[in-house]
Design a protein around this ligand. Sequence first.
Ligand code: T3D
Length: 264
Amino acid sequence: MTSSTLLIEKKSNYWILTLNRPDKLNALTEEMHRALAAAIDAAAVDINCRVLLLTGAGRGFCAGQDLSERLMAPDAATPDLGAGLDVLYNPLIRKLRALPIPIVCAVNGVAAGAGANIALACDLVIAAHSATFVEAFIRIGLIPDAGGTWLLPRLIGAARARAICLLAEPVEAEKAESWGLIWRSVDDAALMIEAQSMCTRLAKAPALALELTKRALDASGVNTLDKQLDLERDFQQRAGRSADYAEGVRAFTEKRQPAFSGKR
Ligand code: T3D
């Protein structure tokens, strides 16, 4: 599905998805949701796409749900936001988390509401120094969604998660980095250079090991240590049978850079 609200740039071994409604800080419409879901599905099955890079056009990353789609007449029936989450936001977060390839998110400006939580659901989040993260939901009488109540306490601990959700105070990129909410904050001008260099690096990494590492880290959220040890054994067994592992060991002993296959 092509859409002017989502730009897709296919590099040789990774794709850049750019949310593209800059005048509305890339607030999400239903059309954008559908385009984003289709692009992620396409990336998942394209063997040349080994990393996904998500970013936004203009001065914002994403301001969450487009509230103009939610404006109600005073006498209108109350909307069923649960149904909206079921159809659009929850499948999106599940898709992002289940994607076997790494997702780098380059947060170029404000990330608010679901926009913040979509960024945080990605594997590696780099933000421009001018970017902020705002759990804006409480300002309009909602609770954090798009995985926010699950991700935030795990990333930054209970106290900080509660404060930023209940107060809806913006967290600047450098603070987000120091809290461990994101991986790095960088100068605005360096954002896309850094993000793309990370993509190039990940695209050359052993794809199966990347996928299994993502899955193991996700599983640790619910597993006991005992179960996690078993899972590590099973995943390592698979990784150990891959051609990329053989190549990694050979390259190490031959003191050269490995040439991984890209196969999962
Ligand atoms: O509904 C469901 O299905 C449930 C799911 C909900 C998920 C959610 O994400 S709910 C939360 C929705 N998002 C928000 O509440 C954030 C709303 N935006 C803001 O609070 C502020 O815009 C920001 C803090 C993000 C940035 O502030 P600022 O001062 O830098 O920019 P601005 O002037 O407010 O916005 C610039 C333009 O973008 C402006 O348009 P205009 O007046 O120039 O034509 C503004 O209306 C528009 N915009 C910003 N956010 C949204 C938006 N338009 C529609 N929806 C938005 N969310």
